[in-house]
Each structure stands twice: as C-alpha cells, then as structure tokens.
Ligand binder design. Sequence first.
Ligand code: PHB
Length: 399
Amino acid sequence: MNYRKLFPGIIAMLGLAWSGANAETVKIGVVLPYSGGAAQFGEQIDRGMNLFVSQHKEAFGGHEIELIKRDSKRPGGDIAKNAVQELITREKVDLLTGFVFSPNAMASAPLINQAKVPMVIMNAGTAWIPKLSPYIARVSFTMWHAGYPMGGYASESLGCKTAVVGFTNYPPGKDSRNAFTTGFEKAGGKVLEAIPMGGPRQVPDFTPFFQRVKNAKPDCFYVFVPAGNHAVAVVKTYANLGMRAAGIRLIGPGDITQDTKLQDMPKEAAGMITVHHYSADYKTPVNLAFVKAWKAAYGADTTPDFMGVAGYDGMAAIAHAIKAQNGAVSADGTIKALSGWSYDSPRGKITIDPETRDIIQDSNVHKVVLKDGRMMIEVIGTIPQVKDPCKANGIGKCK
Ligand code: PHB
C-alpha cells in the first residue's frame, strides 16, 4: 500500500518529509502463464525476475516489493483481463508486469488506462501494443526487431529471391509476417504466399502447411510461431518432410531457435538462420556471468532464453522505476523514470526509447551450429541499436 499516493495532501500539510529511510512496499501484479503448455514461459520469466532480485537487493532503493502472481493460462485475453481487473481493484497493485501473449496485454490496456497503473511488458511482441496506453513500457522486443532485418538479410545475404511465410494466426504472427514481408520485398525479394498455421494455444500438425510450402519451392521459408513446443514441432516437420534437401532454407525470428528448445531439435536445425536479440550462447562477460549465476541458481542443466533475460531486465527496469520515485510508484512517474533508461543487459545495451516506450537493442543474426554434440547459436552479424522499425517507419497501426 502506497500511503504517499493515497494521502499526498495530508502528508504535505503535516510537513512530513519522506526520505529513503521510509521504506515502501511496492505491490507488483505479475500476469504470466503458469499452467498448460505455456507454463515453461512463466517459469523462465519468474526465474529471470527472481535472479535479478536475489543479486540486486540494493537496486530497489531500500524499498520492498511484493509480487502478486496470477495465471493467465491461455493466450486469449479474457483470463488475463480478469486477473488484471482483480489485481487493480482488490489487490491495489502499484504496477503490472509479465504478459507473454500479445492478446493478454492488449485486452488489459483499457483497464490500466482507466486506473492509471503502469505496465512493464516482459514478452508480448506485437509492435503496436504500446500505442494502446501511455502507461505501457516494453523491455522485450517487437516482432519487427527480428522480422524486418531477417527480410533484408534473406534477400541480400542468403540470396533468397522468393519466400513463403508461415505464421501462427494471431496478432504477433500477423505482425511478424508483415515485418518480414516489408523487409524482404524492400530488398528485392518476393513473398509467394503467407500461410496462417493454427493458433497459439495448441501445437497444430504442421505437415499439411509445410507440404504446401514444399510444393511452392521457395528459396526461403520464414516461420513465426510463439516459441516453446511450437518451435520444436516446426523444425521436426521441416526435417521429416526433407525440405532442406529440397533446397528450402528455414529462417525466422529467434523464437523458432529458442535456447531452451535447441537440444530437442533434430540435426536439420543446424544451419538455420534466425534474427534475435538474445541467446544464452553470447560470449560477452555480462552474459557469461548471467548464465553462470542462472545455472548456479536453477541447475547446471538449465539455461536462460530470451524470456528469462526479459524477466531479468524487466526487474532491473522496475527496480530503477521504484528507486527513481522513492517507492511512490505512479503511472506517470514510472514512464518518466523508464524513458531513456539504459541498462547493460546480458543481451547487450538496452534503452527504453522515450518516444515510443519500446526497447532499443541490437538485432543479431544467429546461425545454429552443432558443436561437440550440442546445438548452439553463433552470432554471424549484428545490426546495432535497432529502434522498433514498425514505429520508426510509421507502418499500419504503428502510425
Ligand atoms: C506474443 O504473443 O506476443 C508472443 C508470444 C511468444 C513469442 C513471441 C511473441 O515467442
């Protein structure tokens, strides 16, 4: 409970001075999938958040945090919206975070506008989400950070003249399709077809979609699925249908080569090219220390992935906002504190763009390689400090 926020007038009248010695408890509502097939995402983000807190107690400026967690279960928006409603009205949270699936963040936006509660998004990647509320800041990525440069790279560096796009049929999938198509066609390529391939809730049988792609014989097959079990099924289907031998390159955002899933993929994963902002295999000192601490905390056989790092960085952002407001967290104060905030993340330098409240970060070209029996990511190119290309170019709902 934030008494300064509730009684600012009385506090001013009494001439009470609030100093760093007055520790506040900041209530943070965390909305993540904790059950079903997507529970692995909730666990990653939770672990990232917890690791940051355990390592950086001082970052909160002497204030306490109370995490109040709710299971968003499905990607459909309804359950997350109810959870947000309850977190705002009953729990009276000061800030909301989590949000793996775009529809869950989208459905919650009107509620945070009404109640003026800030939201720090730790995954949901549809580019135009921050347009829905002035109180949203995002520490993860937009679908354009990967899809748009992947389009340019496929045409210019992989020599793909034609491509087919396959995407999970919900907002970030459509956004990723648009991002890739824009980048690819701007660089001279031609998208032959874009195929919706089921929804995010259940992994579909990809075989009929991929057979259609095989018949179309594109040079590149760009796929977006929401990581996790979907991603493993994509690469298995690609392998089973002999698409590599047929001369079709599988490419996409790094969601399809997620660190936590690489070892479950068939050998045909080797050679895949994706664009993303994080891999546990990055060799920078900050990331080596991060991965070491992760393994020490959660087990030698565990690894962080892009969701884990978002939980970690998201908590760094939240700590900064709490400290900057001396524990009196408001929507305006949080956005002000986060605008222009920069951090030396395990993924490299990140900054919250004051204009868009979205992240600025490197987009890296990843190649999957098989080394000593282990699939890993090698960085073969970097586009430094990318501002969301959808907003930078004022495209569609990003205008
Ligand atoms: C999303 O719903 O925005 C989303 C989910 C999983 C991903 C990427 C985007 O891997």
